[in-house]
Design a binder for this molecule. Structure first.
Ligand code: ZN
Length: 134
């Protein structure tokens, strides 16, 4: 198994950042032919997901519609003022997986891996584990 950790600096409160190249680089350096890539983010107001990377309008739509689904100003108990960020992170989740085939990240043609920032700008840590499948 190979572990790689990297940091991503986000620039807006809500933002989907395409981290596909950095994850693909971690997979390539792992030297594992056939396996599984697990991407994890150790935060409570940011998540990771796989979705379309070809048209940036898709990421923009995801962010804008999640903002409508979970408004920032609502009757929340959490006093930090970022309950919407926590809830959007629950919806997106803290991890995602993709196959490793022929030593490369095996995403579909239109897929990309996104760090989903909901309470930025901040520095976020991304942990990539690449596991060999026997
Ligand atoms: Zn909070």
């Amino acid at each position: 198994m190979s572990w790689v950790t990297f940091d991503v600096r986000t620039t807006r409160r809500a933002q989907l950042v395409d981290i596909t190249e950095r994850v693909a680089d971690a997979v390539a350096r792992a030297g594992i032919g056939e396996g599984l890539c697990h991407v994890f983010i150790p935060h409570t107001t940011a998540g990771v997901t796989i979705n379309e990377g070809a048209d940036p309008a898709v990421a923009a739509d995801i962010a804008s519609h999640l903002a409508e689904l979970v408004p920032k100003e609502a009757a929340f108990q959490h006093e930090e003022g970022n309950s919407d960020s926590h809830i959007k992170t629950v919806l997106i989740g803290p991890s995602c997986e993709a196959p490793v085939r022929g030593g490369k990240l095996g995403l579909g043609t239109w897929q990309a891996i996104f760090l989903c920032e909901w309470d930025g700008p901040r520095s976020r840590r991304v942990e990539v584990a690449v596991m060999r499948l026997a």
